[in-house]
Every structure is written in C-alpha cells, then in structure tokens.
Design a protein around this ligand. Structure first.
Ligand SMILES: Cc1ncc(C[n+]2csc(CCOP(=O)(O)OP(=O)(O)O)c2C)c(N)n1
Ligand SMILES: [Mg+2]
Length: 589
C-alpha cells in the first residue's frame, strides 16, 4: 500500500503503463516530487525536466503524436499550470491523448486569495475533456483512472489537480460504502466499422462517381495500404492534408501532395475537377480548396462523429476506423480501367514536382530556402522523426519534401502554434532513441522557445543510442509567414518594427551546449553540411541563412491576393525590389 497520495498517484500512472513524465518543479507539486524520489528503481518512471512548462506540454503532446500513447506532463500550481496551456491546446486541437497533473494550494487556503491560487478548474475547463480536483485521498484512484481512460477514449486532454496537502496526506482506499467510487485500470480501443447499410450507401455513391478525389488526413495514418487499394480500385487521385503528409509516399503517381494554401496545384485541380469526394480522417479546414458545394457527392470516414459533414455536406458520413472501413468498402467497389481523368491527375502531379524542382533551384540571396528542403528530402533516413514548426518551414516542408514510407511527422496542425518543434523532436527521440530526429524551425520560433528546448536536449542527449538529432533553423531574420500574410491578405507592406527578428548566432549557441553548430550560407553548403550532420556523434544545429524574399505562391493565387500583394509593395515595402525580383523568377517557371 502506497504511503502518501503522491506515492499512490505515481504507482497508479505506472499501472497504466506510463514510463515518462515531462515537467517542472514547484512547491505546488512537492508531494509528487518527493514521491518520485521514493519510487522503486523498476519499473522506471522517468522525469524529464524542461526549461518552461509550455515545453513540458509540447513534449507530452509530441510523445502522443509520435507514439500514439498518452503523454503525461506535471506542473506546479498557478504559474506552472498557466504555462502548460498552449501545449495542452495543441493536443486538444489535434486530438492527442495528454494527461496533465497539476498542483494547487492547500485545501485550507483555497478561496483565500492565497499566493499562487488560481481557479485551475476554470482555467483548464475549455482545454480538457476531463478536469477535477482531488479533495480527498480516496478520490485519487478514480481521478487518475478516469483521466487516463478519457484521454485515450476521447483523444484529448485530461487534467487532475492535486492540492499540495492532499499529495502529502496518507493514501487511502475508498470504503465499501455509499458515496465512494471503485475504478480499475486499462483501456483498449474498440474496432469501429459502419453498418452494412451505410457501407452500401457509400459504395453506391463511389461507384457512380466518374472522377473520384480522395482527401486523407492524420486519421488515415494506419490505413496506407487500404487508401492505396481503394484509390486504385476507383482510379482516384489522392490529396493529403498537412497532418496526413506522412501517410502516403509522394512517389506514388496518383498522390497529388498537399492541399490548401501550402499545397500543390495538382491537389487544387483534383478537388476542383472531381465529381465525388472521399474524405478519410481529415478535418482540413479551408473549404475554398474543396469542391464547390454541390459540385461533388461526398463520402467521409472519421472515427469521431463530431468531425463528420463539417467541411463539406456529405451524403454518406460514416463513423469508423479508417483502415477497417476502407477494407469493408473495398469488395463493394467496382474496379475500373484507367481513364483519361486519372491520367490528367497523374500528369498534374508529375508537373508539380518538376516545377517544384525548378522553383527550389531558382537563385536567391544568399539561399533559396526551398532548396534546403528539396535537398533534405533526399537525405532524410527512412525511419526519421520529423518535427516542423509553424512558419515558412511548414510551407516549404509541405511543398518541397517528398516523403517516403515509415517517416513520422509531428506538426501543430490545427492550433498552428509557433514553438513546439524542438520539443516534439526531443520527445520523439526520448521515445525512439535509435531513430534519427529532425526539427525544422523558423528563427522566430527558435527564439520563442526552441533555444530553451535545446538546453533541455543538452541534459538528455547522452542517453540516446543514436546521436542523430538535427535542428535546422530557417534564419531569415523575419517573421516571414506573417510578412507574406500582411502583404497578400492585408495589402500592407512589411513593417520592420513588427516583423524583423534579431540576428542570433545559433551555431555558436549550439557549441556552447556541447553540440555541433554549422551554417549554410549558400546552395553548395547544403549537401556537405547535411551529410556531416547525419554522421555527427552529437546533436547538430544548422543555421540556414535563408532569403526572406522567396515567395511561396498559393496554388491558385486569386486576383484579390495578387492585387493586395502589389498594393503592399507599392506602399513602400522595404524589400520591394528583392520581392519583385523573386516573384518574376517564380512566374517564369
Ligand atoms: C504562438 C504564436 N504566435 C504567433 C503566431 C503567428 N505566426 C504564425 S507564423 C509566424 C512567423 C513565424 O516566424 P519564424 O518562426 O521566424 O518563421 P518564418 O515564417 O520566418 O519562416 C507568426 C508570428 C503563431 N502562429 N503562434
Ligand atoms: Mg523567420
């Protein structure tokens, strides 16, 4: 029997299979930290100490994104819990199972405007599928059990708040009496398949379609073979949402690559010319990139009923596991022979890649960032873990990196927050120390949180059996994605006082931490620096000196966007002439 509630909570988490906690100390969780010190050596419960609680939440979320298991983070009351919030929202919005254990002031002080007293249940109510405060030792068991089970079952964030006096109180089992709760551990995911009737209805729509477009997202991750089989049977083209990028290799001729603002022209054309849309495990938000309402009949498969018929009115919205549902659909689908439309889609996809290669090789000053991503693509080992931050790295990754099978990617897809990439990559590496990990990060995001997360890496990297951990900083001295949004969407010139990012010596900072620091200052440096980074015996930070004036045009730039861009430049944009030079180079491709 555990001695204190703190001892009990840790043992219960272990019973659920938790092996790692990402966290930061504070007296609000002293009772849990002292319990950590009393734990038996085996089975191990590893405490990963971060520099900022936001990192802990990102690491818990990154752990979930890379492993599919619950990520657990631990923070103190008040400020610690507040710092967790952004990382927890990333988990919520991308449907990842994360449990947060947070401290609170003693029960005797609550409601007394006490130091560090924050109404944590109210603070965390919107982010969490479950949030409860443990006010008596007998609650600890069911609160931990429910948090773990609901995080898994509802694929979201669950929070348990422990006042510090409760953590140190003697552990107690609930009595066999009225008013007590008696829970157990364990959860297995059910296999969900739609009814026969729904499958028939969906198959009928798909069989009647003459030009079927598929859109796949993160929900199709375990269904690559089934997506390919259905696409072949229906002679469909397949576009990928950002979170579905790693689901299918870009080498397949009928895969049109990314969809959306960051996407390819081939995906745009696929969606605009189809007569039937089959969406699998995606909540891709931008409806202007989907078929116009009424232009296509819709079938959707999603494990979460709340995500059905949300972006496009679907005639057959099916609740189901992607792989099982596609497998159940397959025998109902009629095989077709190759047709002209599919050939056109394949040609558009091939043209996209050949144009992309040309765009990546356009001259820029000192380096076209797209070339870095293009060349990285050839060098990424097959089993890499790749974390991408929010900024132009996301755009260039989405467009220029051709994924192969087995690569795993973690991105803040729906929240699109800056800051998580180094933490995601580090969490991936802690879970899979034998696999190479990459973080692709803007200079703004690196300065926001990435530099701190590198210090965290410096504390742990020596444990990794394979040292390959490569952080590439897209150093354009600009909050570039927003500078383009200001110009293209707002018609405003780039404002140096809001957009310029101070220069910083990322390579020297890496060396201070005992890592390798390298710089890419022109196209010829890319290959040798990446080869060295992959052969290094320690983490490597690469400062990629990128031209901020390389524009990434949306797959179909509207007249309104183009007009706004020119208006912004005409209003005295400081980089006007360099932007125009790059724009004309791009238009010539
Ligand atoms: C936490 C947060 N703050 C602000 C934004 C808005 N935002 C999106 S991209 C971006 C620019 C990122 O700059 P940087 O990391 O340097 O990448 P770049 O676009 O320059 O490659 C900003 C400010 C955001 N998404 N998240
Ligand atoms: Mg930048």
């Amino acid at each position: 029997m555990a001695k204190t509630v703190g001892d009990f909570v840790l043992a219960r988490l272990q019973k659920w299979g938790v092996t790692r906690l990402f966290g930061y100390p504070g007296d609000g969780i002293n009772g849990l930290l002292s319990a950590l010190g009393r734990l038996e050596r085996e089975p191990a419960l590893d405490f990963v100490q971060v520099r900022h609680e936001e990192e802990a939440a990102f690491m818990a979320c990154g752990h979930a994104k890379f492993t599919g298991e619950v990520g657990v983070c631990l923070a103190t009351s008040g400020p610690g819990a507040i710092h967790l919030l952004n990382g927890l929202y990333d988990a919520k919005l991308d449907h990842q199972p994360v449990v947060a254990i947070v401290g609170q002031q003693a029960r005797t002080a609550l409601g007394g405007h006490y130091q560090q007293e924050v109404d944590l249940a109210a603070l965390l109510a919107d982010v969490a599928v479950f949030v409860q405060t443990c006010t008596a030792p007998q609650q600890a068991r069911h609160l931990v059990d429910r948090a773990m089970r609901l995080a898994k079952a509802r694929r979201g964030v669950a929070v348990v708040i422990f006042p510090n006096d409760v953590q140190e109180a003697a552990a107690a089992e609930p009595e066999h009496a009225h008013g007590t709760v008696h829970t157990g551990t364990g959860f297995s995911r059910p296999l969900v398949v739609p009814s026969e009737q729904d499958l028939e209805r969906a198959a009928d729509i798909l069989n009647r379609g003459e030009r079927v477009a598929m859109l796949i997202g993160a929900g199709a991750s375990e269904a690559a073979a089934e997506v390919v089989a259905v696409a072949e049977r229906l002679q469909a083209g397949v576009a990928k949402a950002l979170l579905g990028k790693a689901v299918l290799p870009d080498g397949l001729p009928f895969v049109t690559g990314q969809i959306g603002l960051l996407g390819t022209k081939a995906s745009y054309e696929l969606m605009q010319s189809c007569d039937t849309l089959l969406m699998v495990g995606s909540s891709f938000p931008y409806s202007e990139y989907l078929p116009k309402e009424g232009a296509a009949r819709g079938v959707q498969i999603d494990i979460d009923p709340a995500m059905l018929s949300l972006r496009y009115p679907m005639e057959a919205p099916l609740v189901g596991d992607a792989a099982l549902t596609l497998r159940a659909l397959l025998p109902r689908l009629k095989a077709r022979s190759r047709d002209k439309w599919r050939a056109k889609i394949q040609r558009a996809a091939a043209d996209w890649w050949s144009d992309e290669e040309k765009r990546a090789h356009l001259t820029a000053d000192p380096l076209n960032p797209e070339l870095f991503f293009w060349e990285l693509s050839d060098r990424l080992p097959d089993d890499s873990l790749v974390a991408v931050d929010t900024g132009m790295s996301t755009t260039f990754f989405a467009r220029a990196v051709r994924v192969r099978q087995r690569l795993q990617v973690a991105i803040s897809g729906t929240l699109a927050t800056m800051g998580p990439a180094v933490s995601f990559a580090a969490a991936g590496k802690l879970a899979f120390p034998e696999r190479p990990a990459f973080a692709l990060v803007g200079d703004g995001a690196m300065q926001m949180l990435g530099l701190n997360a590198l210090i965290t890496v410096s504390k742990y990297w020596r444990r990794w059996s394979d040292a390959r951990f490569v952080v590439a900083v897209l150093n354009n001295r600009d909050l570039n994605m927003v500078s383009w949004e200001l110009r293209g969407l707002g018609g405003s010139p780039k404002l140096p006082q809001t957009q310029d990012v101070p220069d910083f010596d990322y390579a020297r900072f890496a060396e201070m931490l005992g890592f390798v620091g390298r710089r890419i200052e022109g196209p010829d440096d890319i290959g040798p620096v990446l080869d060295d980074a992959l052969a290094a015996d320690r983490p490597v930070v690469i400062d990629v000196r990128a031209d901020p004036n390389v524009i990434a045009l949306p797959p179909h730039a509207t007249l309104e966007q183009t007009t706004k861009l020119f208006a912004a430049l005409a209003k005295g944009d400081p980089d006007r002439s360099a932007v125009l030079k790059q724009l004309f180079r791009q238009l010539a491709v």
